[in-house]
Design a protein around this ligand. Structure first.
Ligand code: PMV
Length: 339
């Protein structure tokens, strides 16, 4: 019997997006970002120490090689954590997502968050976040380690509404839980337009952001937008938050569309959907607003009161599209058991 460490870490959906970096090596973002941690959309990862020459990483039941196109960053991250803290043991890890990987739902966020917690808990023999903190791995420390694997993963270390502050220098970055989930129960209805892998991973595409003439003005305007989002969040005002979410998502995609080379994450189908959705908001009168990550899927953010009108409209007009229903969640979860 060996000890096994099981983690579930949530995906998160950004209200103000992290796109572009000031320093890719130090993983220093160009602007502050803010996200809502989700409840159901998550990655489940377990880890135990095994006596072998290398780590084993299984995803959805399949053992993946070190040079796997989409998962090499898992091994890179494990090597970097082991090297930074001198952990000699090799780990056997097994991971699965509750949603399609690489389809614009932040699988790298939940994936790298779950990997970081599971690996450090396993190496330090910690059963809880309290024990991790006592051994020098506070939640914020883990968040910074996770963001080194994938920027948005840092925000998945907390539940509720989480801000990642870029700070005046790379080592002044902060990742802070601003409001617990109970502050405002927002829902995220995800409309899935694609299950396939993205054409270019967001991690790779961050580097192109500076080649868009729209990028510098975007960075300059981000603090003002952050303040407006924080105010709407604080006052729980959907009518103020919603339009900010939509402008923000479209602006990030405008940057993506104008980089060299341009990056088209949205499909014709998802663009047509956005126009129909905006018309329906006025005609059917549901209070719901979209946001979009680096992929074609549309996240619709709304309060519980809008759920039934929104779902009826979606089912009537898009009966074949798959929907995922989620809401703000409490953050990651860790337990220790026997294998
Ligand atoms: O964490 P990365 O490098 O995969 O970047 C993700 C960036 C977006 O999801 C598009 C926005 C965000 O802030 O989550």
């Amino acid at each position: 019997m060996t000890d096994i460490f099981r983690v579930v870490a949530p995906s998160n959906i950004a209200f103000l997006k992290y796109w572009g970096k000031k320093d890719p090596v130090l993983q220093w973002p160009a602007n502050d970002s803010l996200s809502m941690s989700l409840n159901q959309l998550s990655t489940r990862t377990s880890a135990f120490v095994h006596d072998a020459d290398d780590h084993i990483f299984q995803f959805q039941g399949e053992a993946l090689p070190r040079d796997h196109a989409s998962f090499s960053k898992v091994f890179k991250h494990l090597d970097s954590l082991a090297g930074s803290f001198g952990f000699p043991e090799k780990l056997s890890l097994s991971s699965s997502n509750s949603f399609p990987t690489g389809a614009g739902i932040a699988s790298s966020a939940s994936g790298l968050a779950a990997l970081t917690i599971a690996a450090i808990a396993c190496w330090t023999g910690s059963s809880t976040f309290f024990e991790l903190e006592a051994k020098g791995f506070s939640r914020e420390h883990l968040a910074h380690l996770a963001r080194l694997g994938s920027g948005s993963a840092g925000r998945s270390l907390f539940g509720g509404y989480v801000q990642w502050q870029a700070g005046s220098h790379a080592d002044k970055q902060k990742i802070l839980p601003l409001y617990a989930a109970a502050h405002w129960t927002l829902h995220d209805t995800v409309v899935l337009f694609s299950h396939s892998e993205k054409s270019k991973s967001s991690t790779a595409a961050h580097g192109d952001a500076w080649s868009s003439l729209l990028f510098r003005p975007r960075i300059a305007g981000a603090p003002e937008r952050m303040n407006a989002i924080l105010k709407a969040l604080d006052e729980r005002k959907m009518a103020e938050l919603g339009p900010l979410l939509e402008t923000e998502a479209l602006e990030m995609h405008a940057v993506m569309l104008t980089t060299r080379p341009p990056q088209y994450y949205l499909t014709d189908e998802s663009v047509e959907f956005l126009a129909a959705f905006r018309r329906a908001r006025q005609e059917v009168c549901f209070e719901a607003y979209f946001t979009i990550d680096a992929g074609p899927n549309i996240h619709i953010i709304h309060e519980a009161s809008a759920s039934s009108a929104l779902t009826s409209w979606l089912q009537e007009h898009y009966p074949t599209l798959q929907l995922l229903h989620d809401r703000v969640g409490e953050g990651p979860w860790l337990e220790r058991g026997l294998n």
